[in-house]
Design a protein around this ligand. Structure first.
Ligand SMILES: NC(=O)c1ccc[n+]([C@@H]2O[C@H](COP(=O)([O-])OP(=O)(O)OC[C@H]3O[C@@H](n4cnc5c(N)ncnc54)[C@H](OP(=O)(O)O)[C@@H]3O)[C@@H](O)[C@H]2O)c1
Length: 310
């Protein structure tokens, strides 16, 4: 099985299909990460400090027996650590049991009060999320740039950055983000943002490509019809759509058979889907299905074309 890779603006190659670790309970993370690497053939693991399972992900990575140099590992700095990015990274490195990351992302363009009511999701007395309004994300980015120069991370990027956020950010950065990790699937294709990122040479990483937990996408009839045509599963089609378009896709499963079929199916569907199939998938949202499926209640408008009012 050959999994395509995508070139980052650093020159490094990132495997186009990654294994996602959000919502994996620690005990599941150990065994599923080991399975994903050792049995299913993933070489790209997507982690985050905020997922609270990096120690278990690290154990799974070590148990796989695959050398660190053959793996592409991403993690993300959480909002309450924007003022102390290196400390957050050091905790991630220790938990994962590695001395460098292949890619380090700013998880959201939202700094959170580091001394608030909760270490991850601090709330104000009115119940709203406690955003650190006095902090500028450009200063968070400067710290990521410094970590890249130090060699502790080999590429840096952003996540959940809209075109509006990027336009206010890019003119002031020294190093252009290598990626933007975004919710992207046929119900939220964000065509304009995709074109903007491509024009800047920023690689798009699609998260929640299957529509996340309890997804309506897996049973979408247009996706099912395309899948039937080739004897693929709907998941194969949803993942292959991204790979065929030269993007990186990150999928999570807690079921070994799906962990294995997702990586194989993504590669096979990317090759098999016709131009017409891709165009059909591109058009599902505009035909009345537009829907974001992961929208934390930040209480602010992040500038995306589609962002539910909060
Ligand atoms: N940067 C960010 O802010 C951000 C946000 C969200 C996610 N992410 C990253 O992206 C990754 C993927 O997104 P996600 O975890 O939200 O969800 P996802 O990968 O879109 O979907 C996961 C769900 O799909 C099910 N599933 C997996 N394979 C399937 C298959 N072949 N057929 C049917 N159902 C299947 C899983 O169920 P089972 O487990 O039962 O198989 C699970 O309920 C995350 O794990 C994380 O690494 C990043």
């Amino acid at each position: 099985m050959s999994i395509p890779s995508v070139k980052l603006n650093t020159g490094a190659e990132i495997p186009a299909v990654g294994y996602g670790t959000w919502q994996l309970k620690p005990e599941d993370a150990v065994k599923q990460v080991e399975y994903a690497i050792k049995e299913a053939g993933y070489r790209h693991i997507d982690c985050a400090f905020g997922y609270l399972n990096e120690t278990s992900v690290g154990e799974g990575i070590r148990n796989s027996g695959v050398p660190r140099s053959e793996l592409f590992i991403t993690s993300k700095v959480w909002g309450t650590w924007h003022r102390k990015v290196e400390e957050c990274l050091d905790m991630t490195l220790a938990a994962l049991g590695t001395d460098y990351l292949d890619l380090y992302l700013m998880h959201w363009p939202i700094p959170l009060n580091p001394n608030g009511s909760h270490p991850l999701i601090p709330l104000r007395p009115d119940g709203k999320r406690d955003i650190d309004d006095a902090w500028d994300i450009k200063d968070t980015w400067k710290q990521l740039e410094a970590l890249l120069k130090k060699g502790k991370v080999r590429a840096i990027g952003v996540s959940n950055f809209s075109q509006k956020t990027l336009e206010a950010f890019l003119p002031y950065v020294e190093i252009t983000p290598a990626v933007d990790q975004l919710e992207l699937h046929p119900y939220n294709p964000d065509h304009a943002l995709v074109a903007y990122l491509e024009s800047k040479g920023i690689v798009l990483q699609a998260y929640s490509p299957l529509g996340s937990t309890n997804s309506p996408l897996i049973s979408d009839e247009t996706v099912a019809k395309i899948a039937e045509k080739y004897s693929f599963t709907p998941a194969d089609v949803l993942l292959g759509w991204h790979v065929a378009k030269g993007r990186v896709v990150i999928a999570r499963s807690n079921t070994p058979s799906r962990i294995a079929s997702n990586i194989k199916g993504a590669a096979a569907a990317a090759q098999a889907l016709s131009k017409e199939d891709l165009a059909t998938l591109d058009g599902i949202a505009a035909a009345g299905k537009q829907q974001r499926l992961v929208t934390p209640p930040w209480g602010i408008d992040l500038g995306f074309e589609h962002w539910p009012s909060q």
